[in-house]
Design a protein around this ligand. Structure first.
Ligand SMILES: [Zn+2]
Length: 438
């Protein structure tokens, strides 16, 4: 297959007259067009996309897909009320079909908004892997690339269905990793929940699984200020120092949020090679604070962008997170030059992909064929002084018209082509129509 759009983003620049060649789920070439191919220019495998620009699909480095069903229920709450009045009670209502519907719904919205890879940090385990398999099936059906961050949770205050012993959790994650080794679309990585949701033994178990299977591992870190106070009181160390003391702070670690870290903790993350999945909108919705992104960039910390779940961020779009990431650093420093659009775009594409250990996020030979097309006729992309900056700062989610994952079309003309979009929304409505917060 060859995709022919008006413009293609190559090496950070939009180039005209390029065809993107795709075979077996990979980009095999980005070649001048019209070439000296003669009649080949009209061959069957050519997909013409007039009035469109092709970009790498975005990479959502952190989400909880079932939370899309809870959208709107936690609006205008602080973290503790959101957790105790919305997350815990409603997450215990979902059966396996509900988990599937929530995941499919979240994946669908993300794809329509241009995300071709998603991390689902998944913790409704019910002492097994069947629920996680339902999420994996949803990803296959909708056609998104999935990193299933299979959570490991043992804090006794959380609902029973989240909890396992470290040994059980480690065995089950390992099982799931093995079952999907070599799967081009599904990657499984361990995810000890956090320093408040997982014991030291559980965190060590997650790290050991990652070491043995040679994967990344995910963990929420210092989302709220309270966590640092708590770890200091209980363990005599703030979050990153504690993770270092546990021996897990290293290049495998993807810390989620990392809002409340001191200078020494940032330096420690940089020195150990740990990465960050940054969720600016979610951090704003819950009033968490602003992660020190520019300092982390300066220390060489790898940074990807995440939407987080649909009830701590009402819009699942990585393009939106690029915009928020950039604007927040400008206002934090009172300096409009901070975190330019190009940096934010890389975080939401190539850097996020590298953070997860994938090879998507860029239109280049050898990369995964995960692409999106945007409508150059959309008002939000006019006038066109600098298209890449407009994609980050101005573009409406509706400007995304098409998405391909591993070379397979998932969205055409702003509609899902992999499954019945209206039918999916009907299932979401049927499941949630009488949900009210007590
Ligand atoms: Zn999260």
């Amino acid at each position: 297959m060859r995709l022919l759009a008006d413009l293609v983003l190559v090496n950070g620049r939009f180039e005209p007259g390029r065809a993107v060649e795709i075979a077996d789920g990979r980009i095999t070439g980005v070649t001048p067009f019209p070439p000296a191919w003669g009649d080949a220019a009209f061959a069957d495998d050519l997909v013409r996309l007039p009035g469109r620009a092709l970009l790498p699909g975005t990479v959502n480095a952190h989400c909880h897909t079932f939370q899309s069903l809870l959208r709107g229920l936690g609006d205008d709450m602080d973290f503790m009320s959101w957790r105790d009045r919305v997350l815990y009670p409603f997450s215990t209502r979902l059966d396996r079909e509900g988990i599937y519907v929530g995941a499919a719904f979240a994946f669908a919205e993300m794809l329509l908004h241009g995300a071709t890879t998603c991390v689902d940090f998944f913790y409704l385990q019910d002492a097994g892997n069947d629920n996680a398999r339902a999420v994996i099936q949803a990803a296959r059906d909708v056609g998104i690339r999935l990193v299933l961050a299979r959570a490991m949770y043992d804090w006794e205050g959380a609902p029973a269905r989240y909890r396992e012993t470290p040994a059980d959790a480690a065995r089950r994650v390992t099982e799931l990793i093995r079952a999907h080794a070599g799967d081009p679309l599904i990657t499984v990585q361990p995810a000890p929940h956090s320093l408040h949701g997982a014991s030291s033994a559980m965190i060590r178990a997650g790290w050991e699984v990652a070491e043995a299977a040679d994967t990344r591992f995910h963990i929420h870190v210092a989302e709220g200020q309270y966590e640092g106070r708590q770890t200091l009181k209980e363990h005599g160390a703030t979050p990153i120092r504690l993770l270092d003391r546990l021996g897990v702070l290293g290049p495998r670690m993807i810390g989620v949020h990392c809002v409340w870290l001191d200078d020494e903790e940032l330096a420690l993350m940089g020195a150990r090679g740990a990465g960050l999945a940054y969720c600016p909108s979610s951090n704003m919705v819950l009033g968490d604070g602003i992660t020190r992104i520019t300092e982390m960039q300066g220390l060489g910390i790898r940074i990807g962008l995440g939407t987080d779940g649909g009830c701590t961020n009402n819009r699942l779009s990585v393009f939106e997170e690029m915009r928020m990431a950039a604007l927040l650093q400008k206002v934090r420093h009172l300096d409009g030059t901070r975190l330019p659009a190009e940096d934010a775009f890389r975080m939401g594409t190539a850097d996020g992909s590298a953070l997860l250990g994938l090879d998507a996020g860029e239109i280049a030979p050898g990369r995964a064929a995960d692409l999106v097309a945007v409508d150059l006729g959309h008002p939000s992309l006019h006038p066109r002084a600098n298209l890449l900056k407009s994609v980050v700062y101005a573009m409406s989610p509706q400007a995304v018209t098409d998405a391909w994952v591993h070379g397979r079309a998932a969205v055409r003309g702003g509609r899902l082509v992999t499954l019945d979009q209206d039918g999916l929304l009907a299932r979401v409505r049927a499941l949630t129509h009488d949900w009210r917060v007590a």
